[in-house]
Design a protein around this ligand. Structure first.
Ligand SMILES: Nc1ncnc2c1ncn2[C@@H]1O[C@H](COP(=O)(O)OP(=O)(O)OP(=O)(O)O)[C@@H](O)[C@H]1O
Length: 260
């Protein structure tokens, strides 16, 4: 397991009319092995930019990104990425989508079947392994997206609003699934959400970003996911006064930064 780290990162995009956009300014964030870090913040504060740096989809203008102490120089199977738009291969079955990465990485058929079978069970899709992805509901498609990311056995999952397109009921079920996946696989997670409630429910650490330029302004610790793992119901946890108090604190930090 490896530590993923951004150090003194700046990102500037070329904007219209020669004006540059300062998307991230002096951002440092280290995600330790086994952490579940959730980023929240107003639209445009650079959350997706930070995730893309971690994924290796783009390089910072200055500063460094490292995984296990080594510079991140591009995308790699050691970081599994899940977006809101699942971007699955529609012509492949559930199993085909999940086995795609390991197949490309040269894993033999037997090992691929065994590894992906385990992951398919883990995300609760055993009865749908041979379905085409267009036959699935939105929540099931996102399960395939998560399974596909896990199939490469990454040290960290990077997720950008993975539950953003789901209805409230499915979303809550998927939050519980995410916590169980995190627990059972032992992977670290970096996740972006617009929902402060979701952030607090899932995270071991919440980072608040502020816009213009994007910076990390606050951090909060949480451990409500442990209660989910201990069998407590989501509704009971989310209506607990301790949960509500933290939710209001984080929300106040997000709104303060958004207004500033
Ligand atoms: N490729 C790009 N070219 C120019 N500007 C960009 C580019 N990508 C992002 N930006 C700008 O950088 C800033 C940060 O964008 P980013 O998408 O990282 O923010 P975000 O916090 O993820 O926003 P949202 O919550 O709306 O998804 C925004 O002002 C955005 O317009």
């Amino acid at each position: 397991m490896s530590t993923l780290s951004a150090r003194d990162v700046d990102v500037r995009y070329a904007g219209r009319g020669g004006r540059s956009v300062h998307a991230l300014s002096n951002v440092s964030l280290t995600i330790e092995s086994g952490e579940f870090v959730v980023a929240v913040g107003a639209s445009g504060c650079g959350k997706t930019t930070l995730l893309k740096l971690f994924a290796g989809f783009q390089a910072p203008s200055s500063g460094s990104i490292t995984l296990g102490g080594k510079p991140v120089e591009g995308p790699g199977g050691d970081r599994g990425v899940v977006f809101q738009d699942d971007a699955l291969f529609p012509w492949l079955s559930v199993r085909g989508n999940i086995e795609f990465g390991p197949k490309m990485a040269g894993l033999g058929v037997a090992e691929r079947r065994e590894r992906c079978g385990r992951i398919i069970d883990l995300v609760g899709l055993a009865d749908f392994a041979d379905h085409r992805v267009w036959e699935l509901s939105g929540g099931m498609r996102q399960r395939v997206g998560m399974a596909r990311a896990l199939a490469n056995e990454p040290s960290i999952l990077l997720m950008d609003e993975p539950l953003g397109a789901l209805d409230a009921l499915t979303r809550e079920k998927m939050q519980e699934l995410l916590i169980r996946l995190w627990d059972k696989t032992g992977r670290s997670v970096f996740l972006i959400t617009h929902s402060v409630e979701e952030a607090i429910f899932l995270a071991t650490r919440i980072v608040v970003l502020s816009p213009r330029p994007g910076r990390i302004t606050r951090e909060f610790r949480a451990d409500f996911s442990r209660r989910v793992l201990a069998g407590e119901g989501s509704r009971a946890i989310k209506s607990d006064p301790a949960f509500i108090a933290l939710r209001e604190q984080v929300l106040a930090a997000v709104l303060k930064e958004a207004d500033a």
